[in-house]
Structure formats: C-alpha cells, structure tokens
Design a binder for this molecule. Structure first.
Ligand code: BGC
Length: 912
C-alpha cells in the first residue's frame, strides 16, 4: 500500500480503527496539580516558555520525546499526539480548519461548529480586522471543543484560477494573503490554541498533488510563495506549519532541508514546529534530519515512532535533533498557554457565532456586474421572484475535503430570499439542472441530464435483497460491484439520475459537500469498483449531438447494443463521438465502467461520467421548467455553484458544471431581469452568458449563513463591498498558466516558469484581458478619488536604510447609499533592468463613507512592492529612481496616478 493513498488511509482510519488505540485515556490533557511547583518546576508560570521547556526536556526520556513528535489519529479524537501523563504534558489535539473547526469526536457538541465563509471569501473582504475576528472565532471554538491546534489557515497562493483548493486560502496576491493570514493567525492564537500555516510549500494545485515536482526559482519563492508564511512568523509568532505532499525542486516538501531548515527556520526565523501533512512524511532519518518536527498521523503508514527511535539508536539521527523537535513543540505549547489552560468542552455560542458568520459572509460578497442598477431589488416593485439553481435550496454549499465542517445550522438562499421578500411576494423554486456533485470536479462535457434518461424496467430493478437508494423519476438503473470485474452479485442497485460518479477520497464518510438530493454511496465502493448503468436515452430535439465518457479506468458506452464510445481511461480522460438524434426517439443505452487502473500503484476510487454536447438551443425538462417559472416572474435569481475539493483532480476548464451555463442562457432569454448569484471557491467562465444578464454577485462558499448574506445583499440591506482576491479570466486558455508545462505539468514536473508573474502580474505582463480584474468589486454607491500625494521617508543607517512611502488621497462617496470602498495602491515597474511587474499591490485601505462624505485616506506602502529579490546577493533590493504609483478601485480601474523617487541611499536591504 502506498503511503500516499490518503483517502483510503482516512477511510480505514475512520471506519476500522476504534478508540481502543488510545483506550480510555484523557487526551485532552494532564496539566497541573497542587504539587506542580514542587514536582514540576516547568509549571511555574513566572518562568519564560524557553526556561520551562528546558526544565521539562531534561526530565524526558528519549522514548517520551519520540512519542511527543509522532502523531496519531483515530475516529474518535481525530488527530492528536499522546499526552505524557507522567510529566503532565497535554496532548496536541488537532482539528482541521481553515473554514471552521472540524470536530471528529461525536461526544463533543454533536460534532457541530460554525461553518464560516471559506478563506477565499474572507480575503474578498480585504479587511484585516474581519480576518482577526474570523481567527478569534475559530480559536474560541477550537478551544471550547477540546482542540488546542487548528490545522489552518491555508496560505497557498491561488496560482491556478480554477484550482480546486483555492477556496481554502486567501487569493493570488502575496501582500493581501500575508496581511489577511497574519491577522487570522493572531485571532486563533489569542486563545490557548496554535495555528498551523499550510501547506508549506507550493501546494498550488490538486492534480497530481501527491507527486508533482514543482520547479520554482528562488525569486518566485521569495516574492510570491513564502511571503504569507514569512509575515505570519514575523508578525504573529506563528506556532505551526504543515509541510505539503508535493516535491519542491526535486525533494519532497517534508524532507526538504532547503525549505524546512534553510529557508523556514534559518532565513525566516521560524520558532514554531513543522508537522507533515497527513501521509506526507515518506521517510524516517531523511525527514527527521531535514527539519520535520512532528509526523502526522503515525501508524499504520507512519515512518517515525519506533522507526525513529531505532534511527536514533543506530546513529542515523542524533538525540540533539530529536531534542530540537521536542523543544520547538514544547516552547509553542508553553508560550501559547497550552499547559496552563487545558482545553474545554463548553457549548459554543451558536447564535452569536452564527451572526458573526453572517456579517463576514455579507462583507465577502463581490458585486461583479450591475447593469442599469438591476440590484438592489426593491420589494415594493416586485410581486414574484423565481429562485433557480440546483443547490439554491441547499444551505450547505461549501468546499469539500478536510475543511468541511458540520454546521450548527444552515440557511439556503431560497429560504432566506423567501423570508426577506415576505408576504405579498411569491417566491417559487425550480432547480434548473440536476444537483451538483463530486462528479462535477472532473473535466469534460456536462453530464447527460436525468430527464433524458429512463430505466427500461424500473420495478424489476429495485427488487428485494438489494440495497436501494434514491428515488429518481428519471435516470438509469445502476449496479455496483466492489471488484473491478463485475463479478458476482452487485452489492448495490439503484436508480441514478445521472452517471456522474467520483468516489475515493471524495466519498469518504462525512466529507461530501454535496446536495442532499444525491444518495450516499457506501464507502465500501471507494476502492475497487465496477458499475453498469442501463436504460434508454432520448434527445430533447432533432440535431447533432456528441455523447462522451469521462473516466479514470475503462468505460464503454453501448448504444442500441453496439459499442459507441470506448474510453480507455488509463488517465482521467474523455472520449466523445458525434451522433444525429431525433427528438423523443428512444435508444437503448448501457455503460460499463471498471476501475481497472492504478495511479502510482494505488486505486484512486471510481470516476466516470456520461456526458453530452447538445446543439446550442437544446433544452431539457429541468431547464424548461425553470424557463417557464422565470417567464412568469418579475425577477429570476439563478444560484449557480461549482464543486471544489481537495483530492487529486482539477477540472481543466472553467465552465460551470452540469449544464448550468445552458440554464443561465435559457433563463436570461426568458427574463431580462436575471440575476446570477455564483457560489464557488474559484474563478468560473462566464463569457457565454455574462452579457445576457444584468447582474452577477460572486457569493463564494459563504458558510452556514450564506442564504441570509445573499438575500441581504440582493435586497440592499447590505451594500456589497467585497473585492476579488483572484483574477477571473475569460476562460482557461487566457491565463498565465495556460500551458501543459505550467499546469498540470509534464512528466511530473510542474514548471513554474511564470516566475513572479502570478495572477494579475501575469495577465498584465502578457496583455491578457481578464473577465474581471484582481481587486474588482462594485457597490450600490459610487466613489470619487482625488488629491493623490506620495511622500517618502528614508530611515536607518546607510547600509540598511529602509524607505517608507506613504500615499494619501481623498475619497468621497458620490452616490446615494452608505458604503465601503477598498482603496488600492499599486506600484509600477521598478527603475532597473531586472524584469519587474507593471503593477503590484503595495497597500490598501477599506473606508466606510456615508453619502456625500469625504475622507482623507493614508496608506503606507509595503517596501517589497518597491523592491525585487536578487538571487545573486540573496537579498531584497530597492532600486533607486522613479516608480509609478497607481491608486484605484481595482488593479485595472486606476483613478489616480503619481510617482515616488527612491533616492540612491535606499539601495540595500530594503525589506526583510
Ligand atoms: C490535507 C490537510 C489536512 C489534512 C488532515 C490533508 O489531506 O491536505 O490540509 O489538514 O489532510 O485532514
């Protein structure tokens, strides 16, 4: 079994391992007693964390130190290491973040916690105070649900606009991400809880995430990727960092001495400890000697524990090295209060935290487009609203994977719009498409809608003796085997609306961020699997279609008993074939799928989709119903969504999945007042419908209060003030990473030849016009900018002189509504022959203004925006000369231009 088969590993852990691993011990801690000061001098709180650690370390046996640095997991407590009762060392009890506290223990508050907006949504607030509150809430809930370590925040730069895990971090810009993440870490660590910055480093894509070897320059590392970590270390005394699965410049991240020791611990002066991502530690002595401090999760795939003990005994790892790991962990535990404040199980404040989640969600909404002031809606002018969208009635639209939390309650957009519209306004719902599922994370054409499929003999299908799930009117009969050869009786038979299956990691228990309309698939089918779907298909209109199969593993489509599409599926791929079909004419259909492949020696779980490419104006019953509803309503609100999750694939395109694009076009043609509310953790392609709808709201994955936040923005109770923390490109071909070398990489190498030109820096360099620029976001009011002034002060000795540049301007609310504007300042090209970005974020400020109100805004610029990392001297260099300065409402909506002249004396170590 490969150590990296993380989903399988988790499954095994969740299902097979029971609490006997740790028995009845109290992992929450064994801190102090009345005799502490005598027996345990390290419990003397008047001593420094370093002194307390030194006192404790000298009492610890080698075995105890090894125990401390070797993590464990079980399906009761989740992730932890053993407490060392003899010495009163509490366990590290870890809960996944970063969008809420993911509780594993069923005895703790029903495993429920507040589902916050995803970190990408938080980043869209551009509000560091909000980020601090977010972290504060997380720290509070972690502590009061028995956890002293939060596995978050995510600090992965969103290099790929459609990255499946972009929602867990704070966007594409290093300065924005640094400041937001630092405030977030401060918030968490204001409680006796450690934050864990992840993933160190370059976990910027999920495709091949376990194996990709990132080739990156020292300059790009310094100017882009390490900056959030660096800032959180320098300004928030970051407790933990989690090394990632991927390789960086040839070495796995968790045994990469350059990354862990040289860069993180020496250059960035990280005082905390490094833990491995779960299953990312591949070695014993190598990782221990490279700078990994804590292996998670340990057995059965662990390489530390007894093996590390043996490595010390046979001299491959020195005891001093182990001491340093233990010391790093203990210093953090002492300095952040983990010894003195044992974790608690206190009921979290559901109401208050729900309210905070709503406020954060409201602040995160980005008004992308608002032609003719289509928004806000006015209740007085409306009699009827059509709410449309596969998950508009679902309150738990969130990113999947380890970050998914079990919310204390949820509010769907439909419910909230209904409540807000109140009596006198009819609000009706139509899904418009089949529900969105993990299948939609796979690339390739949208799945054939259920309304075109019929089982031929429904009654017989669901015969006694089979487990049956679902009760769909349309769809195909699905039979499932837990071997990949269709041997024996199927273990599950049911009707499936669509053939759009993605199991494995995406289907382990409790981590399915999907519509409740989709039946659960038993986890016994997560490994080896074969499946067959049978029934009939009928086209909605005469015309030329393509039918396709997307699969990992072989899939065959038989039409009228003849093999029509044969997809080999050695890699996740699509095969399609054209066909002329007549409206309503039924064709017999059979799909056979076998998970007869291995990726890097492991089974990845079943992945298959029956897709279609219909003629442009083809419809289906779900769309027709939505169109009918839209026609008779004053306004149509379409709530779209993507399915984003960690795992091991990304879509290769940015289209909305599962026929939602066609839905929008059809509804917009039926009702010109069509508003799109877009729930996703990443950019989506909008070019086939953007011009057809007056208004678009980017609502992200906004947490458990998403419905209320959406409704309050739509009705103008909240004036939107969010700004994009990522560029939204027109499509996947028009981005700085649109080449196979850059994404997903060729022959296992992810070539970061885009260098420092990540995100908007890259679009600017290549002259690619995005759909919506970085920093973009409209308001229900307007803002006037004037009086730009740029002042410069140099301070310090000549050799280490630093330069502070301050920009000031006047901002006026020139409209009729109160609102907030994020004033952004960008620096231009630097006066040097070294290629630098034509625009990079140098600072910003978020200002609230009443109608007619004007304020002076002062923004100090980040010295790094006036400098570049010089690979030869291994230092930041601030070139002297004139630098253009731009102030505006987005990276492209520049309202004022000025410049600053950096004097020659400022050359040198301009930034750290
Ligand atoms: C993820 C981490 C997460 C860990 C534990 C891994 O698959 O990459 O972000 O903290 O699982 O759930």
């Amino acid at each position: 079994m490969n150590v990296k088969s993380t989903w399988l590993y988790r499954m095994v852990m969740m299902i097979v391992i029971v609490a006997v691993v740790i028995g009845p011990m109290n992992i929450a801690g064994a801190a102090g007693s009345r005799t502490d000061r005598v027996d345990r001098p390290w419990m003397n709180t008047s001593l420094s964390a370093e002194k307390r650690t030194a006192l404790l370390l000298q009492e610890m046996t080698l075995e105890e130190k090894i125990d401390l640095v070797t993590g464990k997991v079980n399906n009761y407590y989740g992730f932890y290491n053993n407490p060392i009762e003899r010495l009163g060392i509490p366990a590290l009890t870890m809960a996944d973040g970063p969008a809420g506290v993911r509780i594993a223990n069923p005895d703790v508050q029903d495993k429920q916690s507040t589902a916050l907006p995803a970190p990408i949504a938080l980043a869209a607030t551009w509000d560091t105070e909000a980020a601090k509150q977010y972290g504060d809430l997380l720290g509070d809930e972690a502590y009061n649900t028995t956890h002293n370590v939060v596995l978050g925040p995510g600090m992965d730069i969103a290099r790929i606009p459609w990255g499946s895990r972009n929602f867990e971090s704070m966007g594409e810009d290093p300065l924005l991400q640094s400041q937001m993440a630092t405030a977030y870490v401060k918030g968490i660590q204001s409680h006796p809880v450690l934050a864990t910055a992840k993933h160190y480093l370059m976990n910027n894509q999920e495709t091949e995430r376990f194996t990709t070897n990132v080739k990156v320059s020292d300059r790009a590392l310094h100017e882009i990727y390490i900056r959030p970590f660096q800032e959180a270390i320098a300004k928030a005394d970051l407790g933990g960092a989690m090394c990632s699965f991927n390789k960086v410049n040839g070495e796995p991240a968790c045994e990469n001495k350059t990354l862990l020791t040289d860069l993180l611990k020496k250059e960035m002066q990280f005082k905390g400890f490094v833990m491995s991502d779960y299953g990312a530690n591949l070695s014993t002595a190598e990782s221990a000697n490279s700078g990994l401090d804590l292996e998670t999760p340990g057995t059965p795939y662990g390489k530390w524990g007894d093996q590390l003990l043996a490595a010390v005994k046979n001299g491959k790892v020195s005891e001093k090295t182990i001491d340093d790991k233990a010391r790093r962990i203990l210093v953090q535990m002492f300095s952040k209060g983990l010894f003195d404040h044992p974790v608690q199980n206190n009921q979290i404040d559901v109401r208050d935290h729900g309210k905070k989640a709503r406020q954060l969600a409201e602040e995160s909404m980005v008004l992308l487009q608002n032609k003719n002031n289509a928004l806000p809606l006015s209740k007085d002018k409306l009699k009827s609203i059509a709410v449309i969208g596969p998950d508009a009635d679902n309150g738990t639209v969130a990113g999947g994977g380890s970050s998914l939390v079990n919310p204390t309650y949820t509010v769907s957009p439909l419910e909230a719009i209904r409540n807000r519209a109140g009596k006198g306004v009819t609000v009706q719902y139509a899904p418009g498409t089949d529900p969105i599922s993990a299948g939609d994370i796979m690339p390739g054409p949208s799945a054939v809608p259920s309304s075109l499929l019929t089982t031929s003999d429904k009654k017989e299908n669901i015969s006694a003796g089979y487990a049956t799930y679902g009760d769909v009117e349309q769809g195909l009969r699905g039979e499932y085997w837990s071997n990949n050869k269709m041997e024996g009786n199927p273990i599950l038979v049911r009707n499936d609306g669509q053939v759009n299956m993605n199991l494995g990691f995406y289907n382990y228990q409790g981590l399915n961020a999907k519509s409740p309309k989709i039946p659960n698939t038993p986890t016994t089918l997560n490994g080896l699997i074969s499946a067959r779907w049978t029934g009939a298909i009928a086209a909605p209109k005469d015309g030329d279609y393509a039918l396709s199969l997307t699969s990992l593993g072989s899939s065959k489509l038989y039409l009228d008993d003849k093999l029509f599409v044969d997809n080999q599926g050695a890699k996740l791929s699509t095969t399609k074939k054209n066909i002329s079909l007549k409206a309503g004419e039924k064709h017999k259909i059979r799909i056979e799928y076998r998970a007869d492949y291995q990726v890097n020696g492991r089974d990845s779980g079943g992945m298959v989709r029956l897709g279609w490419e219909p003629p442009a104006d083809a419809s289906d019953k779900l769309i027709d119903n939505a169109v009918k509803l839209a026609k008779k309503s004053d306004v149509a609100i379409i709530v779209t969504r993507t399915y984003d999750s960690e795992g091991y694939v990304e879509r290769s395109d940015m289209e909305l999945p599962n026929n939602q694009d066609r839905l929008i076009r059809a509804v917009a043609a039926a009702n010109p007042k069509t508003i799109v509310v877009q729930m996703s953790g990443r950019a989506v392609q909008m070019d086939t419908w953007q011009d057809k709808v007056p208004a678009i709201v980017q609502a992200w994955f906004a947490g458990q209060e998403q419905g209320n936040a959406v409704a309050r923005v739509l009705f103008g109770d909240v004036n939107p003030s969010g700004k994009l923390p990522v560029t939204f490109p027109v499509n996947e071909q028009s981005t700085p990473v649109s080449s196979p070398e850059r994404f997903p990489g060729v022959n296992g190498i992810g070539d970061y030849s885009d260098g420092i030109f990540v995100g908007y820096r890259g679009y600017e360099k290549s002259g690619i016009q995005p759909a919506f620029a970085f920093g973009h976001g409209l308001s229900y009011t307007t803002f006037g900018y004037s009086d730009l002034k740029v002042k410069q002060h140099a301070s310090g000795k000549k050799s280490t002189r630093t330069s502070t540049v301050e920009v000031s301007l006047k901002l006026k609310n020139t409209g009729k509504a109160a609102g907030a504007e994020v004033v952004q300042v960008y620096s231009g090209k630097l006066p040097t022959n070294v290629e630098t970005p034509s625009r990079q974020l140098a600072g910003w400020s978020k200002i609230e203004l009443k109608p007619g109100q004007e304020k002076k805004v002062r923004i100090e610029l980040d010295p790094k925006a006036l400098s570049y990392w010089d690979e030869k001297s291994k230092a930041w260099v601030m070139p002297s000369g004139e630098v253009p300065i731009y102030a505006g409402s987005s990276s492209q909506d520049i309202r004022l231009t000025g410049s600053v002249t950096i004097p020659a004396a400022s050359k040198g170590k301009a930034a750290r």
